[in-house]
Design a protein around this ligand. Structure first.
Ligand SMILES: Nc1ncnc2c1ncn2[C@@H]1O[C@H](COP(=O)(O)OP(=O)(O)OP(=O)(O)O)[C@@H](O)[C@H]1O
Ligand SMILES: [Zn+2]
Ligand SMILES: [Zn+2]
Length: 765
């Protein structure tokens, strides 16, 4: 007789219990439902929830005598296992690759309502059950039943005819209840079965969208030859069924989305599933609409804008196979899509694909692993592929696909660099150069639309005393407070963009008490003011974190702009991504330099990406577009390359720099962060970690930078120190790093109790 041992990840957060615990599976349990399910286990005199990570058979002879003395599992908590085998394997990968605990890795995959102890579905669960009839006989049997039905059995004939078309139909279609005599007859004769389905709250949304766009789906555009070529290569890879990675480099407006849609259509027709990742779903409503209107409720949306209940419902629809396309932000990479054939990462270069809390995974890397486990395809799409993606292609781990022209055959907008030093020399101090003012005037006169991009929200970057030169810092973070105006006419406040601290803007300098405070550094609110003065009749919208706090505000603003109820849209990077407005012919970048000044090895890459994305919003339909880039550094190679749409020039230069100074993708970076309310503890912990590392010889090719203050020394009242390690490959350094980490982690926990050490492994891009 065969018995089973269940290896369980128990719901205890401590790092010391980061292992699986073994329990005996009671003999009468259904083993096939157990793997990946939640179970109740006895643990240190308590009953805790755990996740069954694996099952081990034990051959027991003679029957009834166990070779191991294990406590038995107490209860199975899921009727359908939450985690499929590929997700269980992926969780293992994540805890190994990003130095996270097994529990963290599993829980990061699940919607919060499906973590830990199952909750009773309360009023808010939203999932309402509705009855469906499911065909349970062959078509010929149904045909037979239909032809032998009595002439006046209208209902029966109608239902039978419908069931021959659709395998499953909601009773609502015929507006009848389960007790209807025709239904009862079908059930008795075994021709159909009654089942209950949960109705997700988002269903109404899907139905509405699908209806409103019925007309547009009829007229799908004919693919361009480049799109056709791309699709053909993807289809070929799909046919072989092995894991392949593609980097799709398509200029802005080249029709990447259409390629995703057509490819997914093929996949779904063949019974496969897909995951489509977008940087931030709230910022890409147009993308979501395209998917839902093409695929209806086969799409499940997964993102942070949903309520917990909605997220759970959407997740379960995928798990039960009712939906097969997951569209969502970063964490949708863990969507339980069955028969997964494709993962699309749109705008793969976006920083939001890196999770900045434990487990600190890079979505692109997780996607590659998941695809490997499922023999699926990964498609990394971008107008400005990241250095990471390009490196995959160069090292033979991915293949390049390209869409070098806009889908409608229109040229990319011409871009002009405006030298702001020249403006100043000529006595023009306005935030808008003369050229941009003129272009704006003309665009307004033509009744076309303009987008102005500025990378800073609020009114001004900071307040500075003209008398003593002091600024105002956040009392809890080592950063200057940003000046904000409340409402259209309200007073001014100083706000911390890190911790949210806010205080009325002082009239007198807090340091010297002089009335000499002046704002410096342009913010979106100030630009809005200036534009209202310059163009009093223009209709202006502002889009940034502050103007889009209300749920749905983002979409409302975009809809307004889309319906041409405004002439001018001012915004932060929120407006850079994926928007497709046909009437926008002018794009202005107010201060390209502010992007370059961020002290980070990625700031030039980021600048190039943002400038290209923003510029790409202009002239997307029939009318030609133009782009004006204001800068104090007109010769900077990044700005020049972006203005020329010269990706390759930028890429070659940047690649050389990264190689020369050894930065990702030519190595990986792991950072260890120690933080504490008292500076000496944070510093001490980081130093201790450094010493602990040094006690063992470093593997080849590893560089360790000694403990130093993190980018921002203090955030939310905690001092932060870090140790940075550069290494060629995680496999070779993992054990060396983890032993030092665990040692220091334990010691610090015991000595100071509150000192947190955080490990961030594997910065790859
Ligand atoms: N084959 C085609 N013929 C005509 N128009 C097309 C075709 N394919 C896509 N389009 C249209 O071209 C526009 C740009 O397409 P899409 O938004 O997919 O581009 P994209 O490559 O994702 O651009 P971006 O990177 O700027 O977001 C859309 O309005 C889309 O409907
Ligand atoms: Zn002062
Ligand atoms: Zn702060």
């Amino acid at each position: 007789m065969r018995r089973w041992i269940a290896n369980v990840v128990v719901n205890v957060a401590a790092r010391v219990v980061d292992k699986t615990f073994s329990y005996a599976v009671p003999d009468d349990w259904e083993i096939h439902r157990l793997l990946g399910s939640r179970v109740l286990v006895p643990f240190a005199n308590r009953k805790l929830v755990g996740y069954v990570q694996s099952l081990t058979p034990v051959d027991v002879s003679p029957p009834g005598v166990s070779t191991v003395e294990l406590k038995p599992l107490l209860e199975m908590l899921d009727s359908l296992p939450l985690l499929t085998p590929d997700l269980l394997a992926l969780a293992e990968f994540i805890s190994y690759r990003y130095a996270a605990t097994r529990l963290q890795s599993i829980e990061t995959m699940l919607p919060s309502l499906l973590r830990g102890m199952p909750r009773q579905k309360g009023k808010d669960s939203g999932a309402k059950a509705y009855p469906v009839l499911v065909r349970s006989a062959s078509l010929s049997e149904l045909q037979q039943a239909l032809s032998s039905a009595r002439a006046n059995a209208h209902w029966l004939k109608k239902i039978l005819a419908d069931l021959m078309v659709d395998e499953e139909i909601a009773l609502a279609k015929w507006a009848i209840t389960p007790s209807h005599s025709s239904v009862q007859q079908l059930l008795e004769r075994g021709l159909a079965q009654m089942q209950w389905r949960e109705k997700p709250r988002l269903q109404a949304f899907y139905e509405e969208l699908a209806l409103s766009s019925k007309t547009s789906t009829k007229s799908l555009p004919e693919l361009t030859s480049a799109q056709q070529r791309t699709l053909a290569q993807l289809s070929q890879a799909l046919a072989v069924k092995e894991s392949k990675t593609f980097v799709l480099h398509g200029v802005t407006g080249s029709g990447k989305t259409e390629v995703y849609l057509r490819f997914i259509e093929q996949i779904v027709k063949a019974g496969g599933g897909a995951i489509v990742l977008v940087p931030e779903i709230a910022l890409t409503p147009q993308m979501v609409e395209k998917f839902v209107s093409r695929f209806g409720s086969k799409v499940a949306l997964l993102h942070s804008g949903l309520s917990d209940g909605e997220r759970r419902d959407e997740w379960m629809r995928l798990r039960r196979g009712e939906a097969c396309i997951a569209v969502g932000a970063r964490s949708a990479i863990f969507a339980p899509v069955a028969n997964l054939r494709l993962v699309v990462i749109d705008e793969e270069h976006e920083p939001t694909y890196k999770q900045e809390e434990s487990p600190r995974y890079d979505t692109r890397q997780v996607a590659l692993e998941r695809a490997r486990l499922c023999q699926a395809i990964v498609l990394l799409g971008s107008a400005t592929p990241s250095l990471y993606a390009m490196n995959l292609a160069e090292t033979g781990k991915a293949r390049m696909l390209s869409l070098p022209q806009r889908a409608n055959g229109r040229p990319l907008p011409t871009a002009q660099i405006i030298d702001m030093r020249e403006e100043l020399r000529n006595g023009h101090t306005s935030i808008l150069s003369r050229a941009l003012q003129e272009a704006l005037t003309e665009t307004l006169a033509r009744r076309e639309q303009t987008i102005l991009f500025l990378n800073r929200r609020g009114y001004a970057s900071f307040l500075l005393c003209r008398h003593c030169g002091e600024g105002v810092e956040c009392p809890r973070c080592s950063i200057h407070l940003t000046l904000h105006r409340q409402g259209q006419t309200g007073g001014f406040r100083l706000t911390c963009h890190y911790c949210g601290y806010s205080t009325p803007a002082p009239e007198r300098c807090p340091a010297c008490a002089e009335v000499a405070m002046r704002p410096y550094g342009l913010g979106t609110q100030q630009v809005e003011d200036t534009l209202k003065e310059l163009f009093p009749t223009a209709r202006i919208l502002r889009m940034d974190v502050d103007s889009t706090r209300r749920k749905g505000a983002h979409k409302d603003l975009l809809d307004k702009f889309m319906h041409q109820e405004a002439d001018l849209l001012i915004g932060t990077q929120m407006i850079a991504k994926g928007l497709d407005f046909p009437n926008v012919t002018l794009v202005g970048v107010l201060n390209a330099d502010s992007l370059l000044m961020v002290p980070d090895y990625r700031s030039e890459e980021r600048t190039f990406q943002l400038l290209t994305q923003v510029a790409g919003r202009a002239g997307r339909a029939e009318k030609p577009g133009s782009v004006l880039i204001q800068t104090y550094r007109p010769e900077h190679h990044t700005i020049v390359a972006a203005a020329r749409h010269d990706y390759n020039a930028f890429y070659q230069y940047e690649r050389y720099q990264r190689l020369q100074y050894r930065y990702p993708p030519f190595c990986e970076i792991a950072a260890f962060l120690a933080s504490h309310q008292e500076e000496r503890y944070a510093k001490g912990a980081a130093e201790r970690f450094f010493r602990e590392l040094m006690r063992h010889p470093a593997p080849d090719g590893v560089v360790v930078l000694p403990a130093s203050p993190a980018g921002l020394l203090r955030v939310e009242d905690r001092y932060r120190y870090q140790v940075v390690v550069k290494y060629p490959e995680w496999n070779n350094v993992r054990d060396w790093i983890i032993q030092a980490f665990d040692t220091v982690y334990e010691r610090m926990r015991k000595i100071q109790g509150v000192c947190i050490l955080d490990v961030s492994a594997g910065r790859i891009g």
